[in-house]
Design a protein around this ligand. Structure first.
Ligand code: TMP
Length: 238
């Protein structure tokens, strides 16, 4: 459990102390298959928390630090599949070790809420289960890279792979470049979805499964419903 010394809290953080004392809920992660609409929901979630007087730190993996951004470039922008699954596993963990030490842990120690777009569950699913490096191996490395830090809540945005791929096509038609995993075939994304649901079933206390086949507003509504019990001191929220 996270120990918080209120002497070191920023004024904005004091408003969340009641929530913190009531129930530790500071570190929130978002997961899901590529194209599930995660990034849009992270943005909306940030706005929701700000409105509730809890401006969070928003971050993502891979990335979130200078070192992490360099690792992200290697992992996601190299053409083809020159990075082997084992190399990927180590690179994602290296990114995470830096990210936890430099960004996530210091923010949590100040009592700040942290919202992370992907965290160690992505490694368990992508590298551990689907790419065959072993769920147990990924979990052990996750433990090392995070020094045992766990999210308090993980939103899994779940939708069929076909739907996610359609969304990626629309997204690509607009701005974003396709990355290594976006280019993989539909069967790969089905396996990712299945693996996420499998680990969510093993960690029911932490995972909140969100139906991401609905509209953006409806997805936001579901997430809002799950977080609202933790925002009881801020009843300006819906
Ligand atoms: P995103 O930033 O659009 O979510 O893309 C990140 C990609 O990296 C996504 O395809 C999933 C992949 N990934 C892994 O394979 N393992 C990991 O540990 C993480 C954090 C991401």
């Amino acid at each position: 459990m996270l120990m918080i010394n209120s002497k070191f809290l920023e004024p904005a953080c004091l408003s969340v102390m009641k929530n913190v004392e009531k129930e530790i809920l500071l570190f929130i992660t978002f997961e899901g298959i590529d194209g599930c609409g995660k990034s849009t929901q992270v943005e909306r979630f940030e706005a929701r928390l700000k409105k509730a007087g809890i401006p969070p730190l928003i971050t993502r993996e891979p990335g979130g630090t200078e070192t992490g951004d360099a690792i992200r470039k290697i992992l996601l922008h190299l053409d083809g599949e020159s990075v082997t699954p084992l190399t990927q596993l180590f690179l994602y963990e290296a990114d995470r070790a830096q990210h936890v030490t430099e960004v996530i842990r210091p923010a949590l120690d100040l009592g700040k809420w942290v919202v992370c777009d992907r965290f160690y569950d992505a490694t368990t699913v992508y590298q551990g289960i689907v790419q065959g490096q072993g769920e147990d191996v990924a979990e052990r490395l996750n433990y090392l890279s995070t020094s045992g830090l766990n999210p308090d809540i993980t939103f899994l945005l779940d939708c069929p792979a076909e739907m996610a791929m359609e969304r990626i096509k629309i997204r690509d038609g607009t701005t974003k470049k396709r990355d290594m995993f976006d280019k993989k075939d539909i069967e790969f994304h089905r396996k990712i979805r299945h693996a996420y649901l499998s680990i969510a079933g093993k960690h029911k206390d932490r995972f909140k499964i969100i139906d991401a086949s609905l509209s953006v507003d409806e997805i936001e509504e579901q997430i809002g419903g799950k977080i609202s019990p933790y925002l009881i001191e801020n009843d300006s929220m819906s």
